[in-house]
Write a protein that binds this ligand. Sequence first.
Ligand SMILES: Nc1ncnc2c1ncn2[C@@H]1O[C@H](COP(=O)(O)OP(=O)(O)OP(=O)(O)O)[C@@H](O)[C@H]1O
Length: 230
Amino acid sequence: MIEFQNVTKKYGREYGLNDVTYSLEKGKIYGLLGPNGSGKSTTLKLIAGLVHPTSGQVLVNGKLANRKIANEVAYLTELDMFYQPFKIKDMIDFYATQFQDFRIDRANELLQFMKLDKEKNIKQLSKGNRGRLKLVLALAREASVLLLDEPFSGLDPMVRDSIVKGLLSYIDFDNQIVIIATHEIDEIEPLLDEVLAIQDGKIIGRHNVEELREMEGLSIIEWMKRTFKE
Ligand SMILES: Nc1ncnc2c1ncn2[C@@H]1O[C@H](COP(=O)(O)OP(=O)(O)OP(=O)(O)O)[C@@H](O)[C@H]1O
């Protein structure tokens, strides 16, 4: 379980998050949706223990989220974090030394699925293939929390669909909490259990996706247009 308790994160005078309180349960896939600068990355960084709240606290599985929480949280960042002189296989080995829950057999399977050649140098990879490699590294871990920040950026629309479907087979639906922060809502709609709308550092709406569809007849995009207008 992830708990935000009156969490504020300020960067100088700027608010990244502004007094948010909510919790997320295991076994669900959440979409964190909002415009640029709304606080999506800040939210994920707080859960990953990479930044600290200015006030309030973030708990992951009952523990304060600090650097040590990286053992339990797999985080796909929007930034390029690759060490350029490495080959893909070196990156896989490096991750295996960093994280006990990293499964090399699963990484190899994912590399095949993503059509990546282990012998390729990282610096030779196109933006799309770097995006694929980031997904491989995050999904090869058996972490209780999986954070995906813009996981499909750089991937061409032709393959996004099949990659999104492929993702499903690497998610542990009973035990993992998955949070996907993205602008590409169409592709991920079938994956999501719940959506959270974030704006100006505040959660301004939260909904179960099936209920939206069945009871209100709304797609996520329609719900968002409504939520962000209010
Ligand atoms: N390191 C930083 N220093 C100063 N301000 C920051 C920093 N990181 C984020 N902010 C500010 O905090 C707010 C939230 O930023 P955040 O990156 O969390 O938004 P986001 O929703 O992820 O945006 P995007 O969709 O553009 O990636 C923004 O106003 C941003 O300018």
